[in-house]
Design a protein around this ligand. Structure first.
Ligand code: THG
Length: 285
């Protein structure tokens, strides 16, 4: 199953026979006080450095999130999408919980975007899926509903079923344009939560074969050695069937972990990508 994203000039394919897709998480003010203040003042200039660092780090897609308290997210997100597209040919993942902001971002986007995200809540499905369909985008969907973030893989599977029925069956969105987020939680809060995520990935892969992505940084939140944890997690998740992650593309440790996972899982014929990346690193000194 291939999810094809695009900018005006570049296509990116997510799939289990493709290199693991790195979605750079960095154009996001969460936890960044200075960036938040700049955005509140209408200054988007930090985005230039964030785009450059993630392209340099090997991102395939860039997530753009302008969730700043007390700011006009509709205006910020549409400006950020235009700015990011003027700086890079990589496709974008438009990340907001505000429906009007998603709409504004999609309206100015050139190409086929990834919408981040919808949940299994009826109200969210009704509001967001028509946008996805109208703009011909792909969408990330999270299997939680108004009642709960389920802590069992089987309940997440039931909600995935509801999402796919609604998106594909009711709204006519091609199943390959539905990317499920199996929900990654902090290991520091409860050491059983990542096992549930891995089980969810395996079960969704077996039942639907759809592409999946998740917020990889969630797993290591609050722990020391975040990148080591992220690297180990992503390699395991790739083996279970995860085909993409929203992750810190500036971290060589986690980016190299997914490139190594490609090689080890047979998604890097002759190790060509692995060896080319090694040579490029040597050449760069
Ligand atoms: N699933 C989906 N989308 C998502 C998430 C998810 N989008 C948002 C988030 N989770 C993924 N993006 C980020 C972005 C930044 C950080 C984590 C996840 C992060 N920021 C540092 C922090 O808060 O410590 C900021 C560090 C700094 O000061 O620079 O960790 O799960 N579908």
């Amino acid at each position: 199953m291939h999810t094809v994203l695009g900018s005006a000039s570049t296509k990116v394919v997510i799939g289990d026979d493709q290199p693991f897709c790195v979605i750079g998480e960095r154009i996001n003010p969460t936890g960044r006080k200075k960036f938040q203040e700049q955005l509140r003042a209408g200054d988007l200039s930090q985005i230039e450095a964030d785009v450059a660092a993630q392209v340099e780090g090997g991102a395939h897609v860039l997530d753009v999130n302008m969730g700043v308290p007390l700011a006009d997210e509709v205006d910020l997100l549409s400006r950020a999408v235009r700015l990011a597209q003027s700086l890079t040919d990589l496709p974008l993942c438009i990340d907001s919980s505000v429906v009007e902001a998603l709409d504004a971002g999609l309206a100015v986007y050139q190409g086929k975007a990834l919408v981040n995200s919808v949940t299994a809540e009826d109200e969210r499905l009704d509001a967001i899926l028509p946008l996805v369909k109208r703009y011909g985008a792909a969408v990330i969907a999270l299997p939680n509903d108004e009642d709960e973030i389920p802590m069992s893989a089987d309940r997440r599977l039931e909600l995935t079923d509801k999402i796919i029925d609604t998106a594909a069956g009711v709204h006519g969105i091609p199943i390959e344009d539905i990317v499920i987020d199996p929900l990654a939680m902090p290991i520091g809060a409860d050491t059983s939560v990542v096992g549930v995520t891995l089980e969810t990935i395996s079960k969704i892969r077996a039942a639907y074969g759809v592409n999946m992505t998740l917020g990889a940084s969630n797993v290591s939140f609050g722990m020391p050695g975040r990148h080591t944890i992220g690297a180990a997690f992503l390699a395991m998740a790739a083996k279970c069937g995860l085909t993409s992650a929203i992750m810190d593309a500036r971290s060589p440790q986690i980016v190299e972990a997914v490139r190594a996972a490609d090689l080890l899982l047979g998604n890097d014929a002759w190790g060509a990508n692995w060896i080319a990346a090694h040579r490029a690193k040597q050449a760069a000194g």
